[in-house]
Write a protein that binds this ligand. Structure first.
Ligand SMILES: [Zn+2]
Length: 85
């Protein structure tokens, strides 16, 4: 059986600091000047406040009802969500 989630979720595309209150400056590892996932400079990244999850520029921040933010790449966002309003 396949199911589709009914809840409306708040989605914000993150590109820079200030775009979402739960994303802070990425705490950079000196070894990692560019991101292995997106190829952009590590300095252009953020991370979630509550757990250290890196946020690439262009990623989507999704807030569920319980207000825990999650991060999705553009590709994952397109596969998992549809825009309804
Ligand atoms: Zn990246």
């Amino acid at each position: 059986m396949k199911v589709r989630r009914k809840a409306l979720l708040e989605a914000t595309q993150w590109n820079k600091l200030g775009d979402h209150p739960e994303v802070i400056q990425y705490i950079q590892d000196d070894q990692e000047e560019t991101c292995i996932e997106c190829g952009k400079p590590s300095a252009d990244h953020g991370q979630l406040i509550f757990f250290e999850f890196k946020v690439c520029p262009g990623s989507w921040i999704i807030e569920a009802e319980e207000k825990q933010a999650m991060v999705f790449s553009q590709d994952a966002f397109d596969r998992m969500f549809e825009v309804v309003e």
